[in-house]
Design a protein around this ligand. Structure first.
Ligand code: S3P
Length: 167
């Protein structure tokens, strides 16, 4: 089976679904945020504070290029689709699955996640988080080869739908 790349907003479940997909397919799971943290040698929050978002996006593109030809399950960071170059690279990595979710679901999830500090969400109001999300919707949709709705569904159900469609 070809590798599977997951895209979607923060809190969509890319890591959870990625790990489960990896278990069920036997393909290794790669989390791009982890790869970036290895490369920058600090947390994403620290890197944003020191160098800003644009520098972070450059690191993201670098990691993306490294995995262009892959046989992994890849969970990307939610902002990877912001760069046109990244969108083109991702399309070449199909199947690309957009884990679609709504603010009603991801905002409480992000607020309750005390393990990951996300610079674009931390100390933001729900309205501000929506403003980060909305311009991205078109990019997720145009980049994906498959769209899977995740609200009110378990990771197992999501994985089942993905596997039924990529085989
Ligand atoms: C970001 C999403 C994060 C991480 C960084 C920026 C974004 O990844 O890459 O904080 O711009 O949406 P997750 O989607 O895995 O939280």
């Amino acid at each position: 089976m070809k590798g599977i790349t997951l895209i979607g907003f923060m809190g969509a479940g890319k890591t959870t679904v990625g790990k489960l997909l990896s278990e069920q397919t036997g393909m290794a799971h790669i989390d791009f945020d982890d790869k970036i943290v290895e490369e920058i040698g600090m947390t994403i929050q620290e890197y944003f504070d020191l160098n800003g978002e644009a520098a972070f996006r450059e690191k993201e593109t670098k990691v993306l290029k490294k995995y262009i030809d892959h046989n992994y399950v890849i969970s990307t960071g939610g902002g990877i689709v912001m760069q046109q170059e990244n969108r083109a690279l991702l399309k070449a990595m199909a199947p690309v699955v957009y884990l679609e979710t709504t603010p009603e679901v991801f905002i409480p999830r992000l607020k309750n996640d005390h393990t990951t500090v996300r610079p674009l969400v931390v100390s933001k109001s729900p309205e501000e988080i929506k403003q980060v999300f909305e311009p991205r919707i078109t990019f997720y949709k145009e980049t994906a080869s498959m769209i899977v709705s995740t609200d009110q569904r378990t990771p197992e159900e999501i994985v089942e739908e993905i596997l039924a469609n990529v085989k």
